[in-house]
Design a protein around this ligand. Sequence first.
Ligand SMILES: Cc1cc2nc3c(=O)[nH]c(=O)nc-3n(C[C@H](O)[C@H](O)[C@H](O)COP(=O)(O)O)c2cc1C
Length: 333
Amino acid sequence: MAPLTEQEVLTCVEAAGRAPSIHNTQPWLFLPEGDRIEVHADPSRRLPSVDPQGRALHLSLGAAVLNLCLAVAATGRRPFLDLLPTPGDTRHVATVTVDGPYTMDDDERGLYAAIGERRTNRHPFLDTPVPPEASRRLEEAALLQGAVLKFVGAPERELLLGLARTADERKRDDAAYRAELRNWTTDDPYREDGVPLDALGPWNEDDTVPIRDFTPDLERSGTPGREFESEPVIAVLSIIGQDTPADWLRAGQALERVLLEATRLGLAISLFTQPLEHSDLRALLADPTGRTHVQAILRFGYAAETTPLTARRPAEEVIAHGRPLPLRPTRLG
Ligand SMILES: Cc1cc2nc3c(=O)[nH]c(=O)nc-3n(C[C@H](O)[C@H](O)[C@H](O)COP(=O)(O)O)c2cc1C
């Protein structure tokens, strides 16, 4: 099987880089070599305050890995995925090897086409319910990647909203958390990472939806708030297995598959992961059987207004030629 051409590598890396990542940090580097593309974590893009364990970093990398596999498949080659392939080198998170010819099915083609459309929408959603058939498809998308997506009823929703409020309150006076947010939000139209101010939604007046406050330093008084949907549709994504970096990478793939499926279904999505950033709050959501581990909380709905795509660093900038990092193994977790 012919190795990927230079243009195909660029296309694949560009698709991988469209993945969602915590605060749009894009914590990845790609190393194309012969018939494979290695994916490495970029530790300079870690968020020590919000993500001390590196769990969100691995979820972001896992999402990029799913896109990369879909993009390799779209070239007509079978992607063979190996997670954490180098023992002792935790930065080398995945290798995708080209493994013979491949024809995508309609489902995969649809997911691949959704990569360039998917985005986070932090605006109010319409009060239109998500049909059961759509939630079933999203649950199936998660299961196909070894995860469980559970839509919650009213009591659990109230619990999640309460936990998000508690998490927000705890972080409000955390100088390191605020500094991280300042570093990773931007009003610079030329910046290619970070969360741009125009991707942030309006202030949620009645506090029914736990949108993360990305700009706690900006004065709110005088800014008109907006009403959000009264009964947000919320689901919890949990990975089946353990709670290790390899599981977080698998969870990232599941997260991205759910997000791409939702995009295909015409649904808008936002994430709120604040409750999972405190181990005691996350523990309150733990599966008593220990079979699954909660990794993300998502909100689905129909967009009243669309939001712009956020910027990404160009493929050439995230491709490392030669070894991207010192060979000395470094622990990320
Ligand atoms: C692990 C993870 C956690 C995230 N947590 C939040 C969150 O708590 N609040 C939020 O508004 N967005 C969250 N996001 C979405 C990112 O901010 C978003 O993906 C990034 O800014 C890029 O924008 P895009 O999704 O529109 O491409 C999260 C994304 C990932 C991968």
